[in-house]
Design a protein around this ligand. Structure first.
Ligand code: NAD
Length: 267
């Protein structure tokens, strides 16, 4: 249970149906925030929101594809209407398509850039417009983008994905600069999660075996743990608690940072 208090805040979590996003939605709700889960996966997204309500929180679900501008307009409007405002955006939706550099495909690269980079930038656009003075919510707020340890190390077979997460890192800092200098009252930060055994994390472990880099998924995971000073994989709660911290008033003078939450792997 986090000790940071987000009572009265209203959050939208993209990719909130499962994995890290669902854990972040849960942690934000535990800290007192009302949470809108946004995702392509309707059944899983509704179930995540229902679980938050069953635990005593205020929560809803909105179907959204983060690559579509109209979906952002709808998701922000739904957050403001159903939750009473919009103070926190977690730009978490992302995809990873593994390939050695010699095997990359243009379509896969474009898909990753569309979701991870275009989706994140559209999210910042619509959140900043809504949260800044004169916007539809107009109370300022906090944005946390989910980058990756992949933006800070050189792990094989994820060159395209790493490029998207490096782009998220840089876009975070530009947005933080604009938001600060233009008086929006919005802090913008990102986190670099280490490997977490979600659907995405376990698929990556299998993919690097298929790419011939490791003899088994266990060997791939073992190599990652071996490069991690704290000696284990990440857990969903590790990432969720860091996000809650960055959204809270405890981080009130923190903007434009990338926070590694990787057990030291990327240092
Ligand atoms: N799991 C890891 O090891 C790890 C490590 C570093 C960073 N990350 C990042 O954390 C985030 C969450 O990863 P995860 O492990 O929970 O992945 P996941 O695949 O388990 O979940 C991703 C969620 O995003 C949703 N999504 C995908 N494309 C979308 C779109 N276009 N519009 C709306 N929703 C969409 C999916 O439906 C899913 O619910 C991603 O940005 C990922 O790159 C994950």
């Amino acid at each position: 249970m986090t000790s940071y208090n987000l009572t009265g805040r209203r959050a939208l979590v993209t990719g909130g149906a499962r994995g890290l996003g669902a854990g972040m939605a849960q942690a934000l709700a535990k800290a007192g925030a009302a949470v809108m889960v946004g995702d392509l996966l309707d059944a899983e997204g509704r179930a995540t929101a229902e679980a938050l309500r069953a635990a005593g929180g205020k929560a809803g679900f909105v179907h959204m594809d983060v690559t579509k501008e109209a979906d952002w307009e709808r998701a922000v409007a739904a957050t403001i209407k159903d939750l009473g405002g919009f103070d926190i955006l977690i730009n978490n939706a992302g995809i990873e398509i593994t390939a050695l550099v010699t095997e990359v495909e243009a379509d896969s690269l474009r898909k990753m850039f569309d979701v991870n980079v275009v989706g994140t930038l559209l999210g910042m656009k619509h959140a900043l417009r809504a949260m800044r003075p004169g916007g539809a919510a107009a109370k300022g707020g906090a944005i946390v983008n989910i980058s990756s340890v992949a933006a800070t190390i050189a792990f094989p077979a994820i060159a395209g994905y790493s490029a998207t997460k490096s782009a998220v890192d840089r876009a975070t800092r530009v947005a933080a600069t604009e938001a600060g200098k233009l008086g929006y009252g919005v802090r913008v930060n990102c986190v670099y999660p280490g490997l977490v055994p979600t659907d995405m994390g376990m698929k990556l472990a299998a993919d690097v075996v298929a790419a011939g880099l490791f003899p088994s998924p266990d060997a791939a995971v073992g190599a990652i743990v071996g490069e991690t000073p704290l000696g284990r994989l990440g857990e969903v709660a590790d990432m969720a608690d860091a996000v809650v911290f960055l959204c809270s008033d405890a981080a009130r003078f923190i903007t434009g940072i990338g926070l590694p939450v990787d057990g030291g792997m990327g240092m």
